[in-house]
Design a binder for this molecule. Structure first.
Ligand SMILES: O=C(O)[C@@H](O)C(=O)COP(=O)(O)O
Ligand SMILES: [Zn+2]
Length: 214
């Protein structure tokens, strides 16, 4: 890519991040100053949301730029979770964008005792299987703790979504919209879990799940 093309791609990425942050905030997926977004630019650096900001009110020119080795290159100070974002890019070549939010239903799910740490959502609708697959759980650590990234490094290959116990959820994608689509699908599925409550659920059978994965 020549210099002009790189500059244009970065400008478009900045606009996409600002627009997605506003959309997530306006639709209630992001609240207050919670959550963070990042994407991989064509020059292999990351564009990330700054720490402490509101996703509904991002400034495209002040977004953080970070090298894949973690060096802060420009913009405001990056999210305190940049180390777990980096861990996902380093350990999954298909990861080009990361979304982390504290949406209500996924965060409620993340607070339940006795979750299956290998897959917190037993499938009962097809789209979550087709769109997201498994939802492994990272045990609780204080936000910003480097152990979140260490655990995600082990789970990154082959997974598109992760639940952070007592905290929220993370999705990856081939671009920011793709990662957000998976996040939104997961949030809807978590909402259904609470709507269904104690009612008996007909879960998808192993054969039905296998058919969706094939
Ligand atoms: O839960 C937290 O504190 C972070 O994971 C978070 O969501 C917001 O942190 P920053 O991205 O550093 O603002
Ligand atoms: Zn968080």
């Amino acid at each position: 890519m020549n210099e002009q093309t790189l500059i244009k791609a970065e400008q478009e990425a900045r606009e996409a991040m600002v627009n997605l942050g506003a959309s997530l905030f306006q639709r209630g997926y992001a609240t207050g100053s919670a959550g963070n977004l990042s994407l991989l630019l064509p020059d292999n650096t990351l564009l990330a949301t700054p720490t402490g900001g509101c996703l509904g009110d991002l400034n495209g020119e002040r977004l953080s730029k970070v090298a894949l080795d973690g060096e802060w290159l420009s913009g405001d100070k990056p999210s305190k979770e940049i180390s777990f974002h980096l861990s996902l890019y380093r350990n999954n070549p298909e990861c080009k964008a990361v979304v982390h939010l504290h949406s209500a239903y996924l965060t409620a799910l993340s607070c339940l005792e006795g979750l299956d740490m290998g897959n917190a959502i037993r499938p009962f609708t097809p789209y979550v299987v087709m769109r997201v697959g498994r939802l492994p759980v990272v045990p609780y650590y204080r936000p910003g703790d480097r152990r979140i990234g260490e655990d995600l490094a082990k789970l990154a290959g082959g997974n598109r979504a992760f639940l952070l116990a007592n905290h929220g959820a993370v999705t990856v994608g081939k671009n920011l919209r793709d990662a957000a689509d998976s996040y939104e699908e997961l949030e809807e599925t978590a909402k259904l879990i609470f709507i269904l409550g104690d009612r008996r659920i007909r879960y998808l059978s192993d054969d039905e799940i296998a058919e969706l994965r094939s």
